[in-house]
Design a binder for this molecule. Structure first.
Ligand code: NAP
Length: 256
């Protein structure tokens, strides 16, 4: 029986890169997004051509009710869940200096990027524990897609940095709690990745990369993140729970 991975925000950008590599690694997929299924159809069909059975779970990860419904759907469709990838995320609608940014924006970014992932992890972890108790050879794993913003301060999107720093602690907390069940929890921390999220700041990052911001002088791609998550989900890092995998081309490497 194939293992099942649930990827939030999995029909485009980094999430799609992850889904593609997990499909290639032999997983069936549950893919979440806020867009209606019709809008994601091309991406879902491409994943099917790689060989995965794909279930689309539409809805907002920030909603308690939606998270419950999505897991119920996965349970009734596949009957199992081996991997959760918390990838869905938003940037602030408007980048504003932290001396002026609004509480409304803070709430929007925190509920989506942190609260949603935290409580989806809680619910998925409980289901994984249940599966483990019924099936001794069950393997589970959770991967959180954070950002270099977990440690790099950008004063024009403080709410994003705070959410990603919180997601980083979420990884450590659940790694510590799920150790006794042998369910590893990892954090994947991308740098500057070419997706819709960074489309509005392309020329700014082109110049920064050209000027040596990253050790490896190029943008990162969803494929770079997908390869790393597939290695984690396959079980290639079995004794490394709680670890952070940086996928930033050396952006955060201290240099003088
Ligand atoms: P993206 O291209 O904007 O895609 C975001 C994905 O998240 C979409 O699939 C979107 O769904 C989904 N999503 C957004 N809000 C959601 C919600 N409330 N509920 C469910 N799904 C939601 O972004 P990306 O660049 O691939 O980013 C993916 C993750 O990587 C994010 O957590 C981001 O913070 C992180 N990251 C990105 C970069 C970068 O440079 N791009 C760097 C570091 C970390 P729809 O497709 O249905 O709209």
């Amino acid at each position: 029986m194939k293992k099942v991975a649930f990827i939030t925000g999995g029909s485009r950008g980094i999430g799609y890169g992850i889904a593609e590599h997990l499909a290639r690694a032999g997983f069936d997929l549950a893919i979440n997004g806020v867009r209606p299924e019709e809008a994601a159809r091309e991406a879902l069909d491409s994943l099917r051509t790689v060989g995965a059975e794909v279930l689309y779970c539409q809805g907002d990860v920030a909603s308690t009710e939606t998270r419950r419904t999505m897991l119920d759907n996965i349970r009734s469709h596949f009957g199992r869940l081996n991997v959760l990838v918390n990838n869905a995320g938003v940037a602030p609608k408007e980048r504003r200096d932290i001396l002026e940014a609004t509480e409304e924006s803070f709430q929007y970014v925190l509920t989506t990027n942190l609260q949603g992932a935290y409580f989806l992890t809680q619910a998925a972890a409980n289901w994984m524990i249940e599966q483990k108790s019924e099936q001794s050879d069950f393997t589970g794993c959770i991967v959180n897609v954070s950002s270099i913003s977990a440690t790099v301060a950008s004063v024009n999107r403080g709410e994003y940095c705070v959410a990603k720093a919180g997601l980083s602690m979420t990884t450590q907390l659940f790694a510590a709690r799920l150790g006794e069940f042998d369910i590893p929890v990892y954090e994947v921390r991308p740098g500057i990745i070419r997706t819709d999220m960074t489309a509005g700041v392309t020329s700014k990052y082109d110049k920064l990369i050209d000027d040596g911001l990253c050790v490896q002088k190029r943008w990162g791609y969803p494929d770079d993140v997908g390869r790393a998550v597939a290695a984690l989900a396959r079980g290639d890092f079995p004794y490394s729970t709680g670890q952070v995998i940086l996928i930033d081309g050396g952006l955060t490497l201290p240099r003088l």
